[in-house]
Design a protein around this ligand. Sequence first.
Ligand SMILES: Nc1nc2c(ncn2[C@@H]2O[C@H](COP(=O)(O)OP(=O)(O)O)[C@@H](O)[C@H]2O)c(=O)[nH]1
Ligand SMILES: [Mg+2]
Length: 193
Amino acid sequence: MAICNFDKKEIHCKVFYFGTAGAGKTENLRALYRSTSPQLKTDLFELEADSRPNPLFDFLPLKLGAVNGYQVRLHAFTLPPPYFAETYDILLKGLDGFVYVIDSELTALPINHAAMQDTFTLLEDSGFVVEDLPQVYQYNHRDADQPVAIDVLHATFNPRARPYHEAIAPRGIGTLACLHQLAELVVAKMLDS
Ligand SMILES: Nc1nc2c(ncn2[C@@H]2O[C@H](COP(=O)(O)OP(=O)(O)O)[C@@H](O)[C@H]2O)c(=O)[nH]1
Ligand SMILES: [Mg+2]
């Protein structure tokens, strides 16, 4: 649950980047880190692409600036690898919303799909109603050899027509747009409740 200081007009929220391995979650956080001006920047804790077990996860605290008149401080996470699944419950506590990152490459379609089912099951098992969570979809890897058409991605991953952005994360294309839109949804939900 987002923490709001109404006097200071400041909101802290916790958001996740979900998606199959290789979808571009870490690359999104890197792009956000790069695009944040130095005075807003804190540290990016990154899980290195490393075959050794590593209990860490990607974590990026940032000040996003004002959304609807509120200063938004975001804490953006990715999930650690499946062999730390027993920590997911704790990590997901207080989740306010998510960006779901999808690899647009045709050959990645089945694995994207399976990962999404697993993620949503995990969220429901952890007590969240996926339907009710602020969420934004990111069709990443638009520079892939065989990028799947956006219409097909919509039908497969986003049938309820939630907000989405096309992206090429290493070039920072579509990354900030996704996070901004998610922040807007989180703030709107908070002010609504
Ligand atoms: N060409 C291209 N490479 C990407 C894109 N997004 C991520 N990558 C690369 O794909 C690999 C996996 O990305 P990463 O962010 O580590 O995936 P994660 O497992 O979801 O964290 C890395 O080598 C990234 O640089 C993209 O949009 N285009
Ligand atoms: Mg990663």
